[in-house]
Design a protein around this ligand. Structure first.
Ligand code: NI
Length: 179
C-alpha cells in the first residue's frame, strides 16, 4: 500500500471524463482501492475519487465517522463505489459548505440535491443500491462530480461564500474534513 500524491486544481487530469471500470475483483483494482483508502486517511478526507490520484477510472471511495460541520449527520461506513449512477429523489436542493483535497485550504457553498439514490458496484462487482440524504448525499455528489471532471468551485454561484478555511472557520482544524 502507498499514499499517493493528490492532484491539485489546475492539473488537466482532474478535468477528464473518467472511463468505466471494466474488470472487477482483480489484484490491481484491489491494490488501487487500498491505496486510495490510505491516501484519504492520510489527508483526513471524507471521500476521494480515483482521478484525484491521476487514475482515469470511474471509482470513488468515501466514509466518515463524524463531521464537525454536520454533527447530527450519521456516520457512513467506508464505501467503494464503482461506475456510479445517481438518481435524484424528491427533497429539493440544499446549500452546504464543501472543501476538496484537490483544492486545499478553501471552502465554498455549493447547492446539491438533498436526497438521492446511488447505484454502482463494489470491488468484486457486487451491486450497491443506497438512498442517501444530507451530508452523505452531498459527499457522493461531490465525489461523482470528480468522475466527470467537475471540481466544486465550478458549482459555486455566490463567491461571497467562497474563501480560505482558516478565515471562514478559524475554529476548525485546518487539516480536517475536506471532502
Ligand atoms: Ni473533491
Amino acid at each position: 500500500m502507498a499514499v499517493h500524491e493528490i492532484l491539485k486544481m489546475g492539473d488537466p487530469r482532474l478535468l477528464r471524463v473518467a472511463k468505466p471500470v471494466a474488470e472487477f475483483g482483480t489484484p490491481a483494482l484491489k491494490a488501487l482501492i487500498a491505496d486510495m483508502f490510505e491516501t484519504m486517511a492520510a489527508a483526513n478526507g471524507a471521500g476521494l475519487a480515483a482521478p484525484q490520484i491521476g487514475v482515469d477510472l470511474r471509482l470513488v471511495i468515501f466514509g466518515y465517522s463524524k463531521n464537525p460541520r454536520y454533527p447530527e449527520a450519521p456516520p457512513v461506513p467506508p464505501t467503494v463505489l464503482i461506475n456510479p449512477v445517481i438518481e435524484v429523489l424528491d427533497g429539493g436542493r440544499t446549500e452546504g459548505w464543501e472543501g476538496c483535497l484537490s483544492v486545499p485550504g478553501l471552502r465554498g457553498v455549493v447547492e446539491r440535491d438533498e436526497r438521492i439514490r446511488y447505484t454502482g458496484f463494489d470491488a468484486d462487482g457486487h451491486p450497491i443500491d443506497r438512498i442517501a440524504d444530507g451530508f452523505h448525499a452531498r459527499v457522493v455528489q461531490h465525489e461523482c462530480d470528480h468522475l466527470d471532471g467537475i471540481l466544486y468551485p465550478m458549482r459555486v454561484t455566490d463567491f461571497t461564500r467562497f474563501g480560505f478555511t482558516s478565515v471562514l472557520f478559524p475554529e476548525l482544524d485546518p487539516n480536517s474534513d475536506d471532502d
